[in-house]
Design a protein around this ligand. Structure first.
Ligand SMILES: Nc1ncnc2c1ncn2[C@@H]1O[C@H](COP(=O)(O)OP(=O)(O)OP(=O)(O)O)[C@@H](O)[C@H]1O
Length: 438
């Protein structure tokens, strides 16, 4: 059975450096498979090495099975770590490498050799036991490293990008082997990767890190459908979510709409609870997130009650074999993921009175003849200038389709699948991560 791992407000600053990790609080259940996901340099390996005891903890507490472990020696933690380069001893055979942890713990040689053979058998490398690492392929070396990690049946497996040096096909196969090996032993596993597809395929839950700050810990499905912020939304999912600058228009006597620059999406009435929440974002700059599956190519006459029509121009056609990706221009502005707001910095808040004044000003600032209604095209105040970048929306088309650059396309957007973020990148719809001001 695996150990529980709990981090309370853990931070790490290397001597003379910037903080590598800030205020990490995280609980990993016994036997859970947790993936740490994030771009290079975000602190994944540092966190893993602190759990293994290979790096000191600057601040906060680490508990293994409920026991404070900050100052425990690595050998007292019952963890096994697998590194990116496998770190095998080059002068030892595969059998000696696998048996090394048993030799260190002075296990009886006959017992040790039985355990080595059992581990090798489980990993399908019994025929390689006499070979030196230099005469093994990358995949075989990875299996020897797994054998060395599993032979003592540790309570915790810590894997630091164990497959990143292998080719794509081998990676896909070995990640399933890793999953089945860790499941069989029941060990709690923390697996570091910067590959979102690997994270989604493996993790019971995935913890996303950015610049040393934990963004979200959730199941792969929740990360995809309810990302806490624009960074998580754009890190998870292929092709990447399209983020477009937008604004809410909520005239008192008209339909609520989202402007995407030159075009608008009127939200269906009666408004859903999530769309009602958008009313308070009136006038604020927003990022509208569209995943490819929220959009289909079809004429406005085919729209269901939850779909709204847009028109697009094809900027680029990307043939992928099983599908084609279309890069489209809607006449809006593509948005970048906003920079990391530091949670140490207090968030500026608006008082209720100033929020009311702000909203009233915005409601009354539209001259009545410019008020937006569902059926009349309008000129929007402060419309964003059109983008000069290549297409702000990426959607999928079947592999057999024959689309060309410059072609006009009718689109239907399922407005239930819109993801809306505020200018700091926090999700405001659906299900806001914070209740908006007011
Ligand atoms: N020994 C060290 N001394 C000083 N700074 C370090 C040390 N190790 C890592 N860092 C810094 O800490 C930060 C986090 O590094 P870390 O290796 O944990 O990131 P990572 O997410 O694992 O990156 P990668 O995916 O590239 O391995 C980086 O800014 C890195 O430069």
């Amino acid at each position: 059975m695996g150990s529980t791992i709990t981090l309370h407000n853990v931070a790490k600053t290397y001597p003379g450096g910037q903080p590598a990790l800030r205020h990490i609080s995280l609980s990993v259940a016994a036997s859970e498979f947790l993936v740490l996901l994030g771009p290079s340099g975000c602190g994944k390996s540092t966190l893993l090495r602190m759990i293994a005891g290979l790096e000191t903890i600057t601040e906060g507490e680490l508990h293994l099975d409920g026991t404070l472990a900050n100052d425990l020696d690595p050998s007292e933690r019952d963890t096994a770590m697998i590194f990116q380069n496998f770190a095998l001893y080059p002068n030892m055979t595969a059998a000696q490498n696998i048996g090394f942890p048993l030799a260190v713990h002075k296990q009886d040689p006959a017992d040790a050799s039985r355990h080595v053979e059992a581990a090798a058998h489980a990993l399908g490398i019994s025929h390689l036991l006499d070979r030196l690492p230099g005469r093994l392929s990358g995949g075989e070396r990875q299996r020897v490293a797994m054998g060395r990690a599993t032979v003592r049946q540790p309570s915790v497996f810590l894997l630091d990008e164990p497959l990143s040096s292998l080719d794509a096909r081998l990676r896909t196969r070995l990640r399933l082997e890793i999953l089945s090996t860790t499941r069989k032993t029941g060990a709690t596993t923390i697996y570091v990767t910067h590959d979102q597809a690997e994270a989604m395929a493996l993790g019971d839950r995935v913890a996303v890190l950015r610049d040393g700050i934990l963004q979200q810990v959730d199941t792969p499905r929740s990360l995809y459908t309810l990302p806490a912020n624009a960074f998580v939304a754009s890190f998870v999912g292929i092709p990447r979510i399209s983020l477009i600058h937008g604004t809410v228009y909520a005239p008192i006597d008209g339909a609520l709409s989202l402007s995407l620059g030159a075009q608008q999406l009127f939200l269906p009435v009666p408004l859903s609870r999530d769309h009602q929440m958008l009313r308070v974002m009136q006038g604020s700059p927003l990022l509208i997130g569209l995943r490819p599956e929220a959009v289909r190519i079809a004429e406005p006459t085919q729209a269901t009650p939850v779909e709204r029509a847009l028109t697009a121009i094809i900027e680029h056609v990307e043939f992928q074999g099983h599908e084609t990706l279309l890069h489209l221009s809607l006449g809006g502005r593509p948005a970048d993921v906003p920079p990391q707001p530091l949670h140490d910095t207090p968030k500026p808040t608006r008082s209720i009175t100033s929020s009311l004044v702000h909203r009233l000003l915005h409601h009354t600032s539209l001259p009545s003849k410019q008020r937006i209604t569902a059926d009349s095209p309008v000129t929007l105040p402060h419309a964003e200038p059109p983008s000069t970048r290549t297409g702000e929306l990426v959607i999928r088309a079947g592999s057999g389709t024959n689309h060309r650059r410059g072609q006009h396309l009718p689109l239907l957007v399922d407005v239930r699948n819109l993801l809306v973020f505020n200018h700091q990148g926090e999700r405001v719809s659906p299900d806001p991560t914070h209740i908006p001001d007011l």
